[in-house]
Design a protein around this ligand. Structure first.
Ligand code: SF4
Length: 432
């Protein structure tokens, strides 16, 4: 048994401590780019972290910190505290992009939220899944489970995690059905198999995943609870048969490009509204104008996330080649990891969570096309993709918690109703 007293290591390693489950293929190493400390939003501070920061005279190390409060109230969140910022950067970020707190007092002195970034932990009946936010430049693909080398550090972090999601039995499949976590894992296995990408298009694979879950819904209704392990039985059945039939059904789902542009633009404008000034009425009017402009390919929108003004006509004429593996391989890594880290299940259930995954993909493509359009290009290049994954993770996942919004029953209902249209996934996922 090991007992530590520092902020991160305050945990007791019991013989039956939950297993840490590491992601396959995904690796992370800090690149010291400083970007995670330069957000247009606030770092949340718990009371102990605030106390640690207040306990040191930081002006001894950085004279310009003298005479100013370094822990300040969060805007619009009474009772909550954050770190002082200068412009969009934390005051503790040094000119050479280091964290002064880390440099002078070590990792465990930093605010808990900073210590944990970019790791995300999801507690499940099987153990704790260790995920990584892709809102950083430090993501790499690796072989095996490369993060396992940090096991001791990650175990300590997960024990004192600032933020941890929990999945308990039973798991919501959709508003009508609950399944076990074992069933959900079996379904995840089928989705990962479809996303493996052996000579298939990523867009086809994603639509096929939606068909796979639709068929599982029908399977559940047909079985009416007679099957004790419906998830494994269903997945093993398709493993035996092969997934060709699913892909054939998915091939019939064709896109409606104008509807997709409108849908995605409304999501982008909704998230932009969360960190842009203006009244709610002004944001609604702005979003409606952007949706119409997107459908008709006219006008332009201001994007705080890219710090640019995007011409909608140029954006809609940028080509994204779904057969180009230089574009889709990083996306496959990201999407497989989102499934692995399971952060979509606790709020939305398996089926809605998967639809949100498809929307995440469509948003990454939307931003990659925006980047290309802003540089006057007519097609997306490989370097646009990781940057756009980072944008979606920063603004949609980390900051606004876009998935969490779908926790509201009426929004889930809206998405479920839209998804009942057979063409919904085709519209969201397929290129024009
Ligand atoms: S305290 Fe350090 S790690 Fe946290 S935001 Fe500031 S500079 Fe970044």
């Amino acid at each position: 048994m090991m007992r530590c007293t520092t902020a991160v290591n305050r945990f007791t390693l019991m013989p039956n401590a939950p297993a840490l489950i590491f992601p396959p293929e995904v690796d992370y190493e800090c690149t010291r780019c400083g970007r995670c400390c330069s957000h247009p939003w606030e770092i949340p501070l718990d009371a102990a972290s605030a106390e640690r920061i207040r306990s040191v005279d930081w002006s001894r190390f950085k004279p310009d910190l003298a005479g100013q409060p370094l822990v300040v109230p969060r805007s619009g969140k009474p009772g909550e505290m954050t770190l002082q910022r200068r412009g969009d950067s934390c005051v503790f970020l040094t000119p050479d992009q280091r964290c002064l707190v880390h440099q002078e007092r070590g990792l465990e002195f930093k605010p808990r939220a900073c210590q944990q970034f970019p790791y995300v932990f999801t507690e499940t009946p099987r153990g704790i899944y260790v995920g990584v936010s892709f809102a950083t430049r430090g993501i790499r693909s690796g072989t095996g489970t490369p993060l396992a080398r940090h096991e001791e550090h990650l175990r300590a972090l997960s024990a004192g995690a600032y933020h941890r999601r929990v999945i308990r039995e039973p798991v919501v499949f959709d508003p009508d059905w609950e399944i076990t976590f074992e069933d959900a894992l079996a379904l995840e296995g089928g989705l990962l198999e479809l996303l493996r990408g052996d000579a298939t298009s990523l867009e086809d694979d994603l639509v096929a995943g939606g068909v796979y879950l639709d068929l599982f819904g029908e399977f559940l209704r047909g079985e009416r609870g007679r099957q004790r392990r419906p998830g494994p039985a269903f997945q093993e059945g398709w493993e035996r048969l092969g997934y060709r039939r699913i892909r054939e059904i998915a091939a019939k789902f064709r896109p409606s490009p104008a509807a997709r542009r409108m849908f995605l633009t409304s999501f982008v404008m909704g998230v932009e509204a969360a960190f842009s000034p203006g009244s709610p009425a002004w944001h609604v009017a702005r979003s409606l104008a952007a949706q119409v402009g997107s459908a008709l390919r006219i006008g332009r929108i201001r994007l705080g996330s890219l710090q640019a003004i995007l011409p909608l006509g140029a954006h809609s004429s940028v080509d994204f080649d779904p057969g180009n593996t230089a574009l889709t391989d990083p996306l496959r890594l990201y999407l497989r990891h989102v499934l692995f880290r399971k952060r979509l299940i606790p709020f939305c259930g398996v089926r809605t969570g998967y639809r949100l995954l498809c929307i995440d993909f469509a948003l990454v493509r939307w931003f990659a096309q925006a980047r290309a359009a802003l540089q006057g290009r007519r097609s997306v290049e490989p370097e646009d993709v990781p940057e756009s994954i980072e944008t979606v993770e920063r603004y949609f996942v980390l900051h606004t918690r876009f998935d969490q919004v779908f926790e509201h029953a009426w929004l889930q209902k809206l998405l479920t109703r839209a998804a009942r249209q057979k063409q919904f996934l085709g519209t969201m996922v397929r290129s024009e």
